[in-house]
Each structure stands twice: as C-alpha cells, then as structure tokens.
Ligand binder design. Structure first.
Ligand code: GUN
Length: 313
C-alpha cells in the first residue's frame, strides 16, 4: 500500500494510518452493465478497521470511546450498535450510557460528560444526535473536552477546520468522504464540488474540507433556486440533503462523481439514499452505493479519530 497521506490525513498518518489504495484494486468493479465505478466504502472501512487492529499491537493504550445515547430514537440505536460492533472488531473498547427520554435532562447529560472528561482512560466521547426534544445539543456538546471530541463537532475543532487547519478531529462523515475519494485516486484540487445540504454534521464541514483541499465549492440547500442548474456544474457532487430520491439524472453532469450521504428505509425494509441510483448508473463516472458507501466510512473515521485521541502526544 502506498502512503499518499494528503494534508487532511496528516494527523492519522503520524500515528501510522495509511489511506488504502483502491484505485487499482477496484479498477474492474463497476455497477453491473455500466462503466460507473462503485465506490466501495464498506470494503475500504474494513481495511481501516484492520489497520486499527494492526496498529493496536504497537501501542500500549487501548483506545476507548464513551457513547452517550439518550432517548429511544430507533435509528440512533442502530447506529450506536454498528459503532460498537466496529470498535470490537478493531480491538478497541466502548462503553455506552443509555438514558431513557423520561430520565434525560440537560444537567444530567452535562454531569455525565464532565465525569467522562475527567477519566484519563476515556479517550473519546460521542453524544449520539439527535438528542430528545427540549435538550439543547449545542449546550450538551460544548461540555465535551475538545481533545475528546472524536466527532469533531465542537467550536474548537470545527473552527480549526474553518481556518484550514487539520489539527483537531475532523467530522467523521465528511472525513470519510475525503478518504474515499483519495483511496480511489479522485483528486478534488481545481474541481467544481457542489455540496447539497448545509448541516453542521455533514454539509458545512464537507464544504470546508473540500475547500481546504483546493476544490471550488458551492453549497446548495432547501432555499436554493433551480437546484439542477447548480448541481450540474459539479465534477464532484456530495449529496447530504436527507431527502429520499432528491437527486436524479437531471441534476448530474455526465461523468461526475456522486457521493450519496443519505440513508432512508424503504417500505420493504431495504435502504436507499438521496439519489435515484438507477438513473445515475451509466451516467455518473463513480457513485457510492447505499448501503455500503459513506455509512461504513463514517464509522471507520470515528475509529481513526479515537485512535488519534488515544495515541497522539
Ligand atoms: N447522528 C447522525 N450522525 C451522527 C454522527 O456522526 N455523530 C453523532 N454523534 N450523532 C450523529
């Protein structure tokens, strides 16, 4: 594996992580009957989990993540279970604090976070969002010590990113998108990148990361007039709108790379994203599947951020 270590990956690279080279490995892996490359996040995430397990053998400290799961949101429970599984696979440890909504108060959450901040054997703290209604996520999140903010959501870490610095933890989903692109040898420098969605978790940090890596970035959102005319300018289109099937062929320039961050459940229980995949196969040059694209990469980057918190001096 060659170490291509772009600037945004410098912190994990210092502790031994490498961006896997999927460019050659995946040359022939296309969506069936098309020339559209399938950007296989699941396989790439597994490679990074393997790197965690290998690097673990060299480090005396076992990275440990504390998860705060407040309320009963079913999707959050599934996401947390997936995170716990990936940590176990990497040989890292987790402890999840489950608090039923009837017992959740802002002060209880802040008290728990303060206890976790003070424990040297807790390297990362993750508060699963969304929090139950009535609880201010910004008040709760800002109680986390910035060095343990493995989600990269705090002002200190997001601010560093806005200044073009990669000194703090990078938000896991946009970080995973950048690693996915780099693994496939897709450079963003000088490209037109369009991000659909302006959330603090995905859209905004994705735009900042793409900008820091030399892309010309446009951010679209629910108030954007004539969405297709903007998204069609994209060489790289990152879709994080949270709207099932929003993006189809009419939004995408032929040959563009499309990253679908959306996750939605169909009536038959299968998953789908924000894109109408069947319209984009044979039209886009590369596309992330849902499931198996961005989702597993988000979890892999959480592992990398927790390892960085545990192992960086
Ligand atoms: N809810 C949806 N995505 C995320 C994430 O990446 N981190 C946290 N903490 N909550 C989420």
């Amino acid at each position: 594996m060659k170490n291509r270590s772009p600037d945004f990956f410098s912190k994990p690279a210092r502790i031994g992580f490498q961006i896997p080279d999927f460019e050659k490995l995946d040359k022939d892996i296309l969506f069936p009957g098309s020339s559209t490359r399938k950007l296989r996040g699941k396989e790439l995430a597994n490679e990074l989990i393997l790197q965690c397990a290998t690097l673990s053998k060299k480090h005396p400290l076992r990275p440990h993540l504390a998860v705060v799961l407040a309320g009963e949101d079913p999707a959050s429970h599934v996401y947390v279970a997936n995170k716990e599984k990936a940590f176990a696979k990497a040989g890292f440890s987790t402890e999840t604090f489950r608090i039923p909504s009837a017992e959740v108060t802002q002060s209880r959450l802040i008290q728990l976070i303060e206890t976790l901040n003070a424990k040297p054997d807790v390297h990362g703290i993750l508060v699963q969002l969304p929090l139950p209604s009535g609880i201010s996520s910004s008040n709760v999140l800002s109680a986390i010590s910035p060095s343990k903010d493995v989600d990269g959501f705090l002002k200190e870490n997001m601010g560093a990113l806005a200044l073009g610095e990669f000194s703090g933890a990078l938000p896991c989903t946009p970080f995973g998108v950048m690693v996915l692109l780099a693994s496939y040898g897709i450079s963003v420098e000088g490209k037109n990148a369009v991000v659909v969605g302006r959330s603090n978790i995905v859209g905004k940090p994705a735009a900042l990361l793409l900008l820091s890596c030399g892309a010309t970035v446009t951010v679209c959102h629910s108030r954007t007039v004539d969405l297709p005319s903007v998204t069609k300018t994209a060489d790289i289109l990152v879709v994080a709108a949270g709207k099932k099937g929003l993006i189809g062929k009419e939004h995408v320039k032929a040959g563009a790379v499309v990253i679908d961050v959306g996750v939605h459940r169909n009536p038959d229980n299968t998953l789908c994203g924000d894109c109408r995949v069947e319209e984009l196969i044979g039209h886009a040059s590369a596309l992330t599947p849902v499931p198996g694209g961005v989702g597993p990469m988000t979890i892999a980057m959480l592992l990398v951020n927790t390892a960085s918190a545990a192992w960086s001096e």
